[in-house]
Design a protein around this ligand. Structure first.
Ligand SMILES: Nc1ncnc2c1ncn2[C@@H]1O[C@H](COP(=O)(O)OP(=O)(O)OP(=O)(O)O)[C@@H](O)[C@H]1O
Ligand SMILES: [Mg+2]
Length: 278
């Protein structure tokens, strides 16, 4: 696979655009003067959640969570519908503010955390532009120089099998192609951490497998993957560790083989048997 860690010279892409906020992919933008990509040797991990709760209008939806996400293989968040998985990913990525507790990047390059991470959602949000322009736009938001954008974007399209579709309108892509495009857009940014919320939920088995292979390759190239999925086969194939959530809390955190062979709590056992109700 043509996934590689960023070359040293990529670490120096200086930001040129001002303004924090979200782009269409829900990814925080770089501020003026910020470096656009994860610089070699730098790191934002671990991510530490301490006493994190999300309780809008007093109703606790998530929490209390105290945990650390470290470098290493993919962390897969499992749990029944409504368990709080998506909210937890949004809290980690900074799209939601916790109502109590703190979410902090602890690595030496924590100050760059906003632009060293990306998120991909179940339904890709694409611009009414070409496939290539969608990736280029994400790079522009991160302040990558105009000159560098096309080559980086094409590299990401090649890695996701979309090279031949570069000139096509993004809005006409199939669901599987559209999700590969959102992965290309995220991958072009060389995020240190990539959050994925049910990235294959709308896809047929073949498209799902293609997306899964891309995620595995991104992880193998050194990006920390944190994802949710309802596809237990996919979780078994991808997960290094499992965080099992139930009613807003993490009830179990185990190495993946252990979780799937012998989960150590009752709710997780019921979940794996397909018997867990909210
Ligand atoms: N903005 C919100 N305001 C109020 N309640 C919310 C909000 N977002 C989510 N919820 C509720 O919080 C709970 C957890 O939602 P969340 O989307 O995190 O679940 P999930 O584990 O991702 O479920 P699924 O597997 O269905 O995606 C649910 O009961 C949901 O209805
Ligand atoms: Mg969800």
């Amino acid at each position: 696979m043509p996934f590689e860690n960023p070359a040293p010279e990529n670490g120096g892409r200086d930001g040129g655009r001002d303004g924090a906020g979200e782009n269409e992919a829900g990814t925080p933008r770089a501020r003026n003067g910020a470096r656009a990509a994860h610089p070699p040797g730098g790191d934002i991990l671990p991510l530490r959640l301490e006493g994190v709760c999300y309780a809008p209008e007093g109703r606790t939806l998530v929490g209390e969570l105290t945990l650390e996400l470290r470098d290493g293989g993919p962390t897969v968040v499992l749990g029944a519908n409504g368990a709080g998985k998506s909210l937890t990913l949004r809290l980690c990525h900074g799209l939601l503010e916790p109502t109590a507790g703190t979410v902090r990047w602890m690595g030496p390059d924590a100050a760059r955390a906003r632009w060293a991470q990306a998120m991909v959602f179940q339904r890709p949000v694409l611009l009414r532009r070409s496939v290539l322009a969608n990736v280029v736009y994400g790079l522009a938001l991160r302040g990558v120089s105009r000159r560098e954008r096309p080559a980086l974007a094409m590299e990401a399209l090649r890695a996701t099998g979309l090279e031949a579709m570069a000139g096509r309108q993004a809005r006409v892509l199939s669901a599987g192609e559209a999700q590969r495009l959102s992965l290309a857009r995220a991958w072009a940014l060389r995020p240190r951490v990539l959050f994925l919320d049910e990235p294959t939920a709308n896809l047929d088995p073949a498209a799902s497998r293609a997306v899964e292979e891309i995620i595995a390759a991104i992880g193998a190239a050194g990006t920390k993957i944190v994802m949710t999925t309802h596809d237990l086969g996919q979780a078994r194939r991808l997960a290094h560790e499992v965080l099992f959530m139930h009613r807003g809390r993490v009830l179990e955190r185990s190495p993946a083989p252990q979780f799937f062979q012998q989960p150590n709590n009752e709710a997780a056992r019921a979940f794996l048997k397909g018997e867990l109700l909210w």
